[in-house]
Design a protein around this ligand. Sequence first.
Ligand SMILES: [Fe+2]
Length: 387
Amino acid sequence: MALKNVKSGLLEMTDAEIFDLLVLYADHCRKLNDPSGFKFFIDGFKAEEEDVLQVLPEKEDQSLLGYHARMKALFPDYCLVCDELLQVNHKKQHLLTEFTDELYRHVGFPNRFSEMGLYLGNYRKTPFGVHVDSCGVFSFPVAGVKRFRLWKPEYVKKNPSLDRAFKYEKHKKASELLEARPGDMTYWPSSAWHIAESDGSFSATWSLGVWVDQPHKNMVAGSLKGLLDGKLGTTGAKVATAFKSLHSETGEVRELPDSYVQAIELLKNLTAEELQETFLKSWMQHISSQGFKIVPGAGVKISAKSRIRLRSKKSLILWQHGLTGKGVVYFSFGGATVVSKNSGGLLKLVQALNAGDECLVGTALKGAGLKEDLRSLQVLSDAGAFA
Ligand SMILES: [Fe+2]
């Protein structure tokens, strides 16, 4: 699908905005001396990590085009990929959530997540050739003209040589070419094989990839694993199983080792409440990332003297009462969960923050549980809850 001149808040993610994000993330990488999250390709070949740090965007480039001018002088064919811009998208994250919230209302909340990617350069072909990802992709060009060539999965199944191909002259007839400029949006589903093409002129495109590779059964299994880990205790960690006999003389296997018999008892004794609490806790933790791979986080240091408010009024701290322990409350933000026992103060504080208030931590939290509550708040803060 290629839509011209779409009306979306996402168009506020302009070339200037994307350049700022790139420099922010590049600065972060330079500080850590670690370019993870960036990939750089020269003539289709992936550059070594230590070299990537040398070619990242800098503030002095002033714009995407400024960066391109610097790169073009060095490389006739280069491609910069960044898939961690979400980490630094503090100012405009609400635009992404507005888009994905509406999307999720229609297609469901992703069991994996959405992520933000950026492709920039004058490369003639996607450096890894024709390929398919496990995600549906919305693309938003911010500079130049972007062309994507797509094939249906049925066609590639019959023509497997297309996989990772760079030369596909004879398959062009079976493909579809999408063309987009700044202001436009393209979309292809997770099943579409694709490659980006260019005549060697510069383009920059950011995209939102919605991953669809996590089936519900994995979510259920993941939640239960947490529950069972707790229930099985030290037995669960054993790496060998004691047994009386493996099988009868005829080869029949009919006897379970004791550890399994105990596991059956344990499963039979699980209550509906325990299951409800387990799944609700996992679900809350999952949705607390708002369907993104990462929530932009800047940990505010928390003390009793801190004055805090939510980073965004739309990104609430989620909470729920524990069902199996009295006075237990779980809180989640940005994929992190903390458990609080018998602290009405923390719940009141979170409710005030969620209502939009600015709060002085020391006024809300007092008494014996203060230290633990501050620790809990710090975890939520590190996950990006506060400003
Ligand atoms: Fe792709």
